[in-house]
Design a protein around this ligand. Sequence first.
Ligand code: AMP
Ligand code: ZN
Length: 462
Amino acid sequence: MTDLVLYDTAARKKRAFVPADASRVTMYVCGPTVYSTAHIGNFRPPITFDVLFRVLRHRFGADRVVYARNITDVDDKINAAAAKEGVDISVITDRFTKIYREDSAALNILPPDLEPAATAHMAEMIALMEKLVADGFAYAAEGHVLFDVTAYDQYGALSRRSLDDMIAGARVEVAPYKRNPSDFVLWKPSKAGEPVWDSPFGPGRPGWHLECSAMIEKTLGETIDIHGGGADLVFPHHENEIAQSACAHGGKALANYWLHNGFLSIESEKMSKSLGNIVKPNELLSAGIKGEVIRYAMLTGHYRAPLDWNQTLIERAQKSLDRLYGVLRRLKDVKAADVPPTEGVMKALNDDLNTPKALAALFEIAGRANKAETIEAQAEAKGQLLAAGALLGLFESDADAWFGLDDLSEAQKAEIDGLLVQRAEARKDKDFARADAIRDELTAKGVMAEDGPEGTTWRMKG
Ligand code: AMP
Ligand code: ZN
């Protein structure tokens, strides 16, 4: 089998992926902070790592991959949202966790195997923190517990920053109780009215970095195969996760491969809640843009490259999927052969998840499906399309449903398909009068036909 090669941020190069234990491949991805509705930029990591999850399951076996993506349900922004509405934080976190799951489902994102929540791992966080304090990597001061970055000589290795540079360019909060300006919080006192947990160092709440380290240890183990997240998490979040976990585990690596996705911009500006230029999945869905179109648009870019979200991107994704679904619709009475994904698709995905290349390979299969003259060849091409779709999270719709033909009877659909065939024949015979007459008849029926390289697709107006 050809290697699966992944770009490892820690090594700054592509490396062949070899899990520590092929019977239990582990992956952790930092999940959403559930204080508001996630925008489509926030869905770039879950879509990227969903493709990787599917590729890993295909390669190692579905029951040999354990994927955990946490829910950050303890955070200052959550506290602020709860205070604003005068409700318990669980009202906020339940609401936005539910929306996140619904949006994920609409984008064909498989639920991860494990979805640990920070609130359910307080004991693990406190135990980890106690160990770090006992071993001299962290210290308590004025109700806070801080990680002493000078106690870990590898600090900065992932992001390739030196402590001196960090101190020179420090934008970190300088507080009197910190030994070093870069020391980061493991625990801090809660403000009045905020949720609070007891700890040996005083009541308070955990820092974000500690949450992930504790949840990884609990759900997956001390060293995992793959850790993923957005590129903005390399520093400080992942650097700090490494410092905590490695120091608590005798210097063991937290993860053997570090993967980070690039950012989604909108009209060339970074999409972010603070800039206010965000687009939410639900806004697109209610405007009639299907989740699969959003997902396809996302996959047209390589995950590490920046991707600009705009109208043209969505329109192109829609057109591409229409062409592919058109092929599946023409083959709807052919039973798909049970075949593996083609070499073209696998080669692309095995090369650091090159989804744009994998999508291009779909059109090569579609072309073959159209030229196929035997049922066997059609069945094979259809099987290959579906096998690729299973890795990319595409073709989860019924082909008739894709074109909105659910309300038509089989006879009505057959009649329109027949008229389109007759129109194509008339055109071929240069009988333009007849072709125009058929076109008028179709228009009168409310049929909108679109011709493409793989043939004609159609849907009903309105
Ligand atoms: P946040 O809710 O801001 O903590 O973000 C959750 C995840 O979304 C993090 O992994 C971020 O890296 C990622 N993220 C946020 N904005 C974008 C964006 N515009 N493009 C890609 N990923 C993003
Ligand atoms: Zn994390």
